[in-house]
Design a protein around this ligand. Structure first.
Ligand code: LER
Ligand code: MN
Length: 275
């Protein structure tokens, strides 16, 4: 195993409205933390409707009961449930998106975990052009990056494939944007499914981004669990070892043929390539 990797993680969505999305387990936090622990996962990554729901579910006690860490908290529910995003023409909506992320950072920090910005990056459309979008993104990401830094955690920005966003699609462009910011506390979430669509060479993209890579979504080319598609994982695993990647390998994939089997397939692939 690459000496620096933090461990394995599996996603749990607590947002039924995200149905059809790339999450391994759905609902029942307690039951799915138990299954993740039994399968040998080190951590879980949670996609929640709000920070309050996780407090009500006593996330702390649940993770402790199953000796699991929190790998990351997603913020995409801000988009799925409310259609908020960071480059919306209406300032009110941009501020709601920013506040949602800020609250998720506060909660994630209690577990030493990063918060993820994926869908809340929005889409450049209508009256908003790329130049204006970049200004609004920086306006949001600078304070959010600083807030996360004060709390001792990093913020993760996830490039998405072109069919989901036209803001950040590739690791290299995202790295270039982040390098221009004052805050140095935002890193990249590299999702292998998006990279398989957008990158000419995923392993090379990871190597070029180097220590900006802060989290990995471990998933195959068809968005199924690793092993059911055609992504060559070896070169990616080698690139992560070369850059001394120190985050989690987190399964964010479709529950094929069902959640349990997808989780089992993933932990077997994780052990094959990272143990
Ligand atoms: C979130 O991690 C992601 O990959 C998005 O495609 C979810 O829709
Ligand atoms: Mn992802």
């Amino acid at each position: 195993m690459s000496k620096t990797i933090k461990g394995s993680s599996v996603t749990i969505s607590l947002v039924p409205q995200a149905k059809g999305g790339p999450f391994v387990f759905w609902g029942d936090l307690e039951g799915h933390c138990q299954k993740a622990a039994i399968l040998g996962y080190d951590a879980v990554e949670i996609f929640a409707p709000s920070p309050e729901v996780l407090v009500e579910l006593q996330l702390n006690e649940t993770l402790a009961r199953h000796k699991l860490k929190l790998a990351a908290l997603g913020t995409g529910a801000g988009w799925v449930l409310h259609k908020w995003h960071l480059i919306h023409p209406d300032l009110e909506v941009r501020l709601k998106a920013r506040n949602f992320i800020s609250q998720m950072i506060d909660l994630a920090a209690r577990f030493g975990a990063p918060a993820i910005i994926g869908s809340l990056q929005g889409r450049v459309e209508g009256s908003v052009d790329r130049h204006q979008a970049d200004i609004w993104l920086a306006e949001a990401l600078e304070p959010l990056g600083q807030q996360a830094e004060k709390l001792g955690v990093t913020l993760l920005l996830e490039p998405l494939n072109r069919y989901e966003s036209n803001v950040f699609n590739r690791v290299g462009d995202t790295a270039a944007f982040l390098r221009k910011l004052q805050t140095k506390n935002i890193r990249i979430l590299a999702d292998l499914f998006h990279m398989n669509i957008e990158e000419s060479n995923s392993a090379l993209a990871l190597k070029e981004a180097g220590d900006l890579i802060g989290h990995i979504h471990f998933v195959d080319s068809n968005r199924g669990p690793v092993g059911v598609g055609h992504i060559e994982i070896e070169p990616i695993a080698k690139a992560l070892s070369d850059i001394r990647y120190g985050g989690y390998i987190s399964a964010e994939c479709l529950p094929w043929p069902d959640s349990y089997e997808a989780a089992k397939q993933t932990i077997q692939s994780y052990r094959r390539y990272f143990n």
